[in-house]
Design a protein around this ligand. Structure first.
Ligand code: NAD
Ligand code: DAU
Length: 349
């Protein structure tokens, strides 16, 4: 079969990447989708079982730090577009090991940009779509929202590495006319998220009656978006976004960590048939995260006005769906929390 487009998705075995792959492979049989992933602790092929045998899907195990390998696969597969998600993504790990974040997020991204630029002698109908984060904009006080024009002001090694990668993506557009799009999204939640991030970590701990470590006073605010809503926005921007542009994506759904954690306790207790709010006793205030950003909030007017996108799923329903998934997929949780995870958990908490 002659495919209309050959799309490389990097980081497709991770949380957001696996949702994107499942959507693209099943929705667009005219595209051949290639998933390039190193399979770090966060990459898990179990997330992709439903598509693994489909004829328009190919998995390529590899590292975006290996530029010779990238050049080789571009020669072999001649990709038309890239959606770049591969990254080191957890803020706490970036505080412990900043260099790894510079390598993967900065050098890895530049390797991909450079390879695409060299390979695409004709840049018509090509696209390098870079997936980024709202954390590049820094931290807000009680009021205001990040727009696409907010100046970058990253604080953690993770957000500094993502900000740097965004700058390189724009530099390749300005300097070489590489056709790029960037989107910056707020906190995602949903099935398949590695249990180092707040929501899956706390679901797992509530389930196992373990302490719930709340950083600082629990008053930091995050804006939460169900992962499938993020994927819909990526699908839209991939097909309709304007080359050279940046789009913010968010949930219009701000929560103080402590309020979110209490809601999560309520939902999990209900699902497990425990006495109402009995898990709240597990809440333990611990030393704050170094450089902890106070508040993130996203102004989504641009993507909303241009394409009519807005989040579809109500937060309480999304949270229930997420809790249901983790409680039903105990084996998945067991697999990802054995081995390296135990060492990580001990050192971290
Ligand atoms: P994740 O940690 O779940 O997955 C990252 C994936 O990248 C894993 O499959 C991993 O194996 C792969 N990877 C890591 N290093 C690699 C390398 N050197 N070569 C090839 N593959 C490598 O991350 P996620 O939460 O799915 O985030 C995906 C992207 O979205 C990231 O760029 C992140 O910055 C961005 N983002 C995430 C969120 C969020 O809330 N999770 C929000 C906004 C933006
Ligand atoms: O805003 C988008 C970003 O959201 C993404 O770019 C990152 O990849 C993603 O990890 C996420 O970053 P956060 O640092 O906001 O997410 P995390 O789940 O680690 O933490 C959410 C909030 O909960 C944050 O204020 C820190 C707090 N927290 C987190 C953990 C893991 C705790 O209080 N205790 C914890 O154990």
């Amino acid at each position: 079969m002659k495919f209309k487009k050959k799309i490389l998705i990097t980081g497709g075995a991770g949380f957001i990447g696996s949702h994107l792959l499942r959507l693209f492979v099943q929705k667009y049989s005219k595209y051949h989708i290639y998933n390039l992933d190193k399979l770090t602790y966060a990459g898990n092929l179990e997330n992709l079982t439903v598509i693994k045998n489909l004829p328009n899907y190919t998995f390529i195990k590899g590292d975006i730090l290996d530029i010779n390998f990238l050049q080789e696969i571009f020669k072999v597969y001649d990709f038309d577009a890239i959606i770049h998600l591969a990254a080191a993504s957890h803020v706490d790990r970036s505080i412990t090991n900043p260099l790894e974040f510079v390598m993967t997020n900065v050098i890895g991204t530049v390797n991909l940009l450079q390879t695409a630029k060299q390979h695409w002698s004709n840049m018509n109908n090509k696209l390098f779509y870079h997936i980024s984060t709202d954390e590049v904009y820094g931290s807000l006080n009680e009021t205001g929202k990040f727009t696409e024009k907010t100046a970058y002001d990253p604080h953690s090694p993770y957000s500094a590495s993502k900000a740097s990668s965004d700058h390189f993506v724009r530099a390749f557009y300005d300097t070489y006319k590489l056709p790029i799009i960037i989107s910056n999204c707020s906190n995602n939640y949903g099935p398949n998220q590695f249990p180092e991030k707040l929501i899956p970590l706390f679901i797992n701990n509530i389930k196992n009656n373990k302490a719930l470590p709340v950083y600082g006073n629990g008053k930091n605010v995050r804006d939460w978006l169900f992962v499938e809503d993020h994927i819909d926005a990526i699908d839209l921007l991939f097909h309709k976004g304007k080359i050279g542009e940046t789009y913010n994506i968010g949930g219009n759904n701000e929560w103080k960590n402590i309020d979110l954690i209490k809601l999560l306790c309520k939902v999990v207790d209900e699902k497990l048939g425990r006495q109402e709010n009995s898990s709240q006793k597990l809440i333990t205030f611990v030393t704050d995260r170094a450089g902890h950003d106070l508040r993130y909030a996203i102004d989504i007017s641009k993507i909303n006005k241009e394409f009519g996108w807005k989040p579809k799923l109500d937060f309480e329903k999304g949270l229930e769906k997420t809790v249901d998934w983790y409680l039903k997929n105990g084996k998945w949780l067991e697999n990802v929390t054995s081995g390296e995870y135990q060492d990580y958990y001990e050192k971290m908490y």
